[in-house]
Design a protein around this ligand. Structure first.
Ligand SMILES: Nc1ccn([C@@H]2O[C@H](COP(=O)(O)OP(=O)(O)OP(=O)(O)O)[C@@H](O)[C@H]2O)c(=O)n1
Ligand SMILES: [Mg+2]
Length: 365
């Protein structure tokens, strides 16, 4: 029943593509849909990006035979295929993993589909839908993921999970916030271990950057805080305030969220570097703290309203014309006069702008 439900939830071209993939892999080389796709389908959503495990197959060869563009990652024998509509599918060779050093990338060893499920982060991400050329097989649940999914509980697979890969802490918070999951006590017990490893786990900071792309990043940041990991991410109150802006119907971009966190970071440059944020959030903040006019609903005005609640909207050419100046060079001269006063710190509110403009117009009449 579960397998049929997952299968029915997939887009028809994805179903066709998966059975084709199973035919390409050949007999004796099992293929299974795993991870977020199975989880989301069981929750009644249509999976977007697909993660597929191949056991005992030549992943590069299979990817090549699909005829679709792909990139191959030799270290893990994985291929990322671009589907005809632009979505991605990750083809992964079934593997066991060992961790030479906690925090470092794991060392892969060829394994079975079941090995591959047991190396994963959370039980509800460790469900597999085997696919044959004729369609889906029964759902594979080797770690009790279905029960956890139904109880909406996020549970790591073993006691060393977060120590081996501390990025799972951040992945967990994103997932819990997005899907309304509660943390299993085993997860909470592993938070201090993950925090100890954070500085040595580059993947954790990459997962933190992805937090800004969640539907409600503030909720994910709140989850981290509730779990005792709030120090990983500055600016909780601004992130939550931006969620409220979204709840009221205005979309907020990931860059806006990143800039809000950056504004609260004790060392913004180091924070941006660590998360790999690029220059855009910092550039946005510079505009927010400038006196340049931006239209309502832009990231600049949204952030300005939060970070500089007493900032006012400077007068524009339209205001000058409304006070009787004929459209033309006179408008520019009036605005330049106001800009000078602003730079000199002699006007600090909209009322003062208006008074200064009226005085100026009086004087040149
Ligand atoms: N550090 C990690 C990263 C990924 N995975 C496994 O790889 C799958 C795919 O990873 P990813 O695409 O990053 O996450 P999804 O679960 O697909 O979630 P999302 O909806 O955010 O893509 C996960 O479900 C999980 O089984 C893991 O075990 N440990
Ligand atoms: Mg995925």
């Amino acid at each position: 029943m579960n397998a049929e439900a997952v299968w029915a939830q997939l887009q028809p071209p994805d179903r066709a593509w998966l059975t084709h993939l199973a035919a390409l892999a050949g007999p004796g080389a099992p293929v299974a849909l795993v991870g977020g796709g199975v989880r989301d389908a069981l929750l009644g959503c249509t999976p977007q990006d697909l993660d597929v495990v191949l056991e005992g197959a030549d992943v590069q060869g299979v990817a090549g035979h699909t005829g679709l563009p792909f990139t191959f990652h030799p270290a893990f024998q994985n291929a990322t295929v671009t589907l005809p509509d632009g979505r991605h599918a990750d083809l992964v060779r079934a593997r066991r993993e060992t961790y030479p050093l906690p925090g470092a990338n794991p060392v892969p060893h060829p394994g079975t589909l079941e090995d591959d499920l047991r190396r994963r982060d959370f039980s509800l991400n460790a469900l597999a839908l085997p696919v044959t050329p004729r369609g889906p097989g029964p759902l594979l649940d080797v770690v009790g993921g279905l029960d956890d999914l139904h109880a909406r509980v996020l549970r790591p697979l073993h006691g060393a999970s977060f120590r081996e890969d501390a990025s799972r802490l951040v992945r967990g918070a994103r997932l819990a916030a997005r899907l309304g999951l509660s943390a299993h006590p085993e997860l909470l017990a592993q938070v201090p271990g993950a925090l100890n490893m954070a500085a040595h786990t580059p993947r954790l900071w990459a997962e933190l950057r992805l937090l800004f792309q969640e539907p409600r990043p503030g909720r994910a940041a709140r989850t981290l805080t509730d779990w005792g990991a709030g120090d990983l991410l500055p600016g909780l109150r601004w992130l939550e305030a931006l969620d409220t802006v979204q709840d009221a119907g205005t979309a907020v971009t990931p860059t806006t969220y990143a800039a809000a966190a950056l504004a609260s970071a004790p060392d913004p440059a180091a924070f941006a570097e660590r998360l790999g944020l690029g220059d855009r959030p910092a550039a946005l903040l510079t505009r927010v703290f400038s006196d340049t006019y931006f239209a309502p609903g832009t990231p600049e005005t949204t952030l300005r309203a939060l970070l500089r609640p007493d900032a006012y909207v400077p007068l524009t050419g339209r205001d000058v014309v409304a006070l009787g100046v004929v459209p033309g060079p006179g408008v520019g001269r009036a605005l330049e006069h106001l800009a000078e006063l602003r730079r000199a710190g002699r006007i600090r509110s909209r009322a003062e702008e208006l008074a200064a403009l009226e005085g100026y117009l009086e004087a040149i009449r």
